[in-house]
Design a protein around this ligand. Sequence first.
Ligand code: HEC
Length: 234
Amino acid sequence: MKIAKTLSILGIAVAGIALAGCRAGGENQGLEYAPQMYHSVAYEPLTQIVDSETKGNLISTREDGKGEYFNSNINNPHHMNMREPVANTVPRNKQGYLPYRYKAFEVEEAGAAMKNPIKLNDEVLAEGKRLFGLYCTPCHGTSGEGDGKVGEIIGGVANLKGGAYVGLSEGHIYHVITKGKGRMGAHGSQITPENRWKIVHYVKQELQGGQNADNAVAVADADQDVTQVETPAN
Ligand code: HEC
């Protein structure tokens, strides 16, 4: 009787210690039971391996002969993992923008054709201000007058509050952000289209006092085809 009791207490203690060992946390990731059930085998999107022997299904070599990655998809034409877009279609980003088609020198055309598709409100302005602070103030300065620290060194930075700059169209500013101009580099690859338009709102409304601003509310409501506008083509 005594032995049985001792054994059972011992058993519980051993089980407890064993279970405590299952805990994960901190740097200890613990042990995962049947990890394949949690981590599904991913297709490698940019590979396309056609291997008639294995049908391209299994490519990594393991001793048990089971590969781990699918590097081609036998259900797709040419065993591609990514399908090609349907003929004569153009990819859009998640917001529905088409690729940006204007060349850097086509600033006049871009400036005349594009309207700000983002509805103007306080939130957008605040975000525009933040983004302007991130991307533009080094050269154009917080005030936009071209007196940023980098601007002091490279010189010739446009004073966004001065002269003809005040009347620039929103599309023009957008184009300059996207493609750059003169010594101002292109920012199309760093800033998403939405964020560029927000910066444009901020420049127009706060720095340039709304002169020649798009009537953004009306534009957005008038079902403007934002998709005609863009995404960076780079
Ligand atoms: C590396 C410095 C630099 C940065 C960063 C920079 N700019 Fe500029 N920007 C310039 C310079 C220099 C010019 C004058 C270009 C010229 O006409 O040769 C200019 C000109 C402009 C113009 C006038 C374009 C025209 O048609 O003459 C606008 C508008 C403008 N910048 C907006 C912005 C905005 C908005 C940002 C932030 C997204 C920005 N810039 C970031 C240096 C910069």
